[in-house]
Write a protein that binds this ligand. Structure first.
Ligand SMILES: NC(=O)c1ccc[n+]([C@@H]2O[C@H](COP(=O)([O-])OP(=O)(O)OC[C@H]3O[C@@H](n4cnc5c(N)ncnc54)[C@H](O)[C@@H]3O)[C@@H](O)[C@H]2O)c1
Length: 434
């Protein structure tokens, strides 16, 4: 497994749990040292135990030496980052191609080189060209096996996936991958075999569709606010229709994270390049960007139009709960704007504060828990719906704060309970009653 990040580490540990022998190759010395010391470089529930058990069982190992890691392997997965390329929105494939070249030089016999990273259509074939030109003598196949795990539930998603998508060109490659995923046959997880291009595109289509669904309900939430409707009732009313489905219909501050923003952008670019532009995805990207930047304005409006000199408590910084991932989190633009407008920020996140610090303005106060963040605040903004925030007693929050403005960007609180505790409660897409 090349890359020991969110995907590589989880996939490596899960394949080991399935019974394969796995070596995870990680280039970052700090991450590698942590892994070798039994510490997880990321927060993901259940990961530490799974890794420790499989290391102890001799099925999982970590190395910085790629050549040693891929020696005598049947399958090499590339699970390195594919961030947005600066300037044009395409996926930056530098790490993928560099890894492919290193793998090509190091392989000692037949192997399937599998792309697990999210990569644009055509990347698999490009990897094939690279490997062939570096090692004309090598017997190998390329395959695409995009990963659909969600951070925060990554192990469950990998072990009990809705489906596995495998794009491959040869029976030999399909057989190697079928064997690796054999434990999933027992639980009857669908395994979809396709062409490589199809597998590559399937991943982008899935993420773009989900991003579009979230963005759709966010727009409906805005309309609800104008007309006095409740977006939760609308979401339930449409979601019970099996053709629509109830998931991903929760309004909020706009999607963030390490995947949706970059994958929607990359799909837009690919579609344009091939002369088949995707207007829906283009609109999704634009609407979501505008939404994220408008969230701070919502807070400012709720604070009476000005936050200068006010203290604002922020609950939750990560792009979603149960992860420490801050990539493209809506909190980044919200906090930057509020601090820029002269507010004093007191923030708390259960797992994300170390990752948040380099991305947020200097001067943000990092607190020890939610009540500490709320202490003396004029307003409180809930950005990420960690479970521990749901359980906060409204009276205790109200006692801790100086002001009574509560902006709940995830609608986790019951408006009537918050109003009963004296709060001026602002949710998303629900009628505002002062
Ligand atoms: N994070 C998710 O939830 C998720 C879900 C599905 C798919 N994906 C996709 O999976 C890919 C990886 O995402 P991630 O979140 O795990 O990224 P990440 O940045 O957390 O991890 C990538 C790791 O690869 C290492 N690396 C880079 N080049 C290397 C090399 N040549 N040799 C060894 N290690 C190398 C980096 O040091 C880093 O630790 C991306 O394409 C992403 O879009 C991510």
């Amino acid at each position: 497994m090349i890359g020991g990040g969110y995907v590589g580490l989880v996939s490596g540990a899960c394949f080991a749990e399935f019974g394969s022998e796995v070596t995870v190759v990680e280039a970052d010395p700090a991450k590698l040292a942590a892994l070798n010391a039994g510490r997880m470089p990321i927060y993901e529930p259940g990961l530490e135990t799974l890794v420790q058990q499989n290391v102890a069982a001799g099925r999982l190992a970590f190395t910085g030496d790629l050549a040693a890691g891929v020696r005598d392997t049947e399958a090499v997965f590339i699970a390195v980052g594919t961030p947005t390329r600066r300037g044009d929105g395409h996926a930056d494939l530098t790490y993928v191609y560099a890894a492919a070249e290193q793998v090509a030089r190091a392989l000692t016999g037949y192997a399937v080189i599998v792309t697990k990273s999210t990569v644009p259509v055509g990347t698999g074939l490009r990897i094939k060209d690279i490997v062939q030109s570096v090692r004309p003598d090598l017997d190998f196949d390329v395959a695409s096996n995009p990963e659909f795990l969600r951070e925060g539930n990554a192990i469950g998603d990998f072990m009990r996936p809705d489906r596995v998508v495998i794009g491959a060109e040869s029976d030999r490659a399909r057989e190697v991958l079928r064997r690796l995923y054999r434990p999933l046959y027992l639980i009857e997880a669908p395994i979809v075999f396709t062409a490589i291009e199809t597998a590559e595109l399937t991943k982008y289509a899935a993420n773009a569709f989900l991003a579009m669904k979230v963005t759709f309900i966010n727009e409906i939430a805005d309309l609800c606010e104008k007309v006095g409707a409740d977006v939760h009732d609308v979401a339930r009313g449409i979601g019970l229709d099996g053709r629509i489905g109830r998931k991903f219909l929760h309004p909020g501050p706009g999607y963030g994270g390490s995947c949706f923003p970059k994958d929607t952008l990359a799909l837009v670019r690919t579609a344009q390049d091939y002369g088949a532009p995707s207007r829906l995805v283009e609109a999704t990207v634009a609407v979501n960007d505008a939404r994220k930047s408008s969230m701070a304005m919502r807070v400012i409006a709720a604070c009476g139009g000005n936050v200068r000199g006010k203290t604002i408590a922020i609950l939750g910084l990560t792009f979603k709960p149960e992860t420490d991932d801050m990539r493209d989190s809506p909190a980044i633009s919200i906090v930057a704007r509020l601090a820029g407008d002269g507010a004093t920020i007191r923030a708390f996140d259960p797992e994300g504060m170390a990752q948040a610090q380099p991305l947020l303005p200097e001067g943000v106060g990092y607190c020890k828990d939610a009540l500490d963040a709320a202490a003396g605040a004029d307003a409180l903004v809930l950005i990420t719906e960690w479970n521990e925030f749901r359980a906060l007693a409204p009276e205790r929050l109200a006692e801790a704060m100086r002001g009574k403005v509560l902006i709940d960007l995830r609608n986790v609180y019951e408006p009537s309970a918050m109003r009963a505790a004296g709060f001026e409660y602002h949710g998303v897409g629900r009628p505002f009653v002062a």
